[in-house]
Design a protein around this ligand. Structure first.
Ligand SMILES: Nc1ncnc2c1ncn2[C@@H]1O[C@H](COP(=O)(O)OP(=O)(O)OP(=O)(O)O)[C@@H](O)[C@H]1O
Length: 246
């Protein structure tokens, strides 16, 4: 197993936020965590990234305990957080610079990947010149250059309009195959979870715990078609029921 989140609990003051969370993710899987706003998804994300400490439980990456230590996973937040005063290539190459690479070498390594991410020609532009979808692709490319075995994506597409979002979903699905990505995706967009994830954990209740785990079986259906299938609708129904929204 690539990632194991074992019996994680977390409280802030007198408030229990997470209770006995158990989640796992295999290499090359995309796993989504779905829950309504305020259920502690970002808190969980911070615990996996080592940015915060759980009260109980542990996080294992390739069987190594990484609880409360940073630098093991790549992550991307909801807002693209590109540096406005740096060009796109320098933004994307930032993880390489942080590893000690020279500016020139980092640019040379980052630039060839731009075409695959649909960003060719944007290397020397500043973030303000890019559309929302392009900014998210640039942020994803930067996350990719962290060169970590696991990517944590917290609401990566939520700020985008519906058409751009769909475009990026299709693009992401292709990228994950080509680059053999392993991804933990946090979202409150149910359709997005069904489209992108191989498995979905539903979280909720007070304190938050895992309510249900679903396997999404897309079979051989293309992503564009899958949204229109009875399987998609049945999975959505199961999620809405699981979250007591139906
Ligand atoms: N550092 C903190 N101190 C105190 N309370 C906190 C802290 N961080 C988060 N919380 C509380 O924990 C709960 C869960 O917050 P969190 O941001 O993890 O939820 P979320 O599911 O990611 O929500 P959203 O989808 O709206 O981002 C919230 O009630 C929040 O107020």
């Amino acid at each position: 197993m690539l990632l194991q989140i074992e019996q994680i609990s977390k409280r802030f003051g007198s408030r229990d936020v997470l209770h006995d969370i158990n989640i796992h993710l295999a290499a090359q899987e995309t796993v989504a965590i779905v829950g309504v706003s305020g259920t502690g998804k970002t808190t969980l994300f911070n615990l996996v990234a080592g940015l915060d400490q759980p009260d109980t439980g542990r996080v294992l990456l390739n069987d190594v305990d990484i609880t409360n230590t940073t630098g093991h996973v790549g992550y991307m937040f909801q807002k693209d957080l590109l540096l406005p005063t740096a060009t796109i290539v320098d933004n994307v190459a930032l993880p390489l610079r942080l590893k000690g690479m020279s500016k020139r070498a980092a640019r040379e390594q980052a630039s060839p990947a731009f075409a695959r991410f649909g960003l060719d020609g944007t290397q020397h532009l500043y973030p303000a010149a890019l559309s929302g979808g392009m900014k998210q692709r640039a942020a994803l490319l930067r996350t990719y250059f962290m060169h970590k075995p696991l990517m944590l994506l917290d609401e990566p597409f939520s700020a985008l309009d519906a058409i751009t979002k769909r475009d990026l979903h299709l693009w992401y699905q292709q990228m994950r195959e080509e680059l053999k990505l392993s991804t933990l995706l946090i979202t409150h967009d149910i359709d997005e979870a069904i489209l992108l994830a191989d498995r979905i954990y539903l979280v909720g209740n007070t304190p938050t715990t895992v309510l249900d785990e679903l396997v999404v079986d897309r079979g051989n259906t293309s992503l564009a078609e899958f949204e229109l299938t009875p399987t998609f609708a049945a999975t959505k129904r199961q999620i809405l029921q699981g979250l007591a929204m139906l």
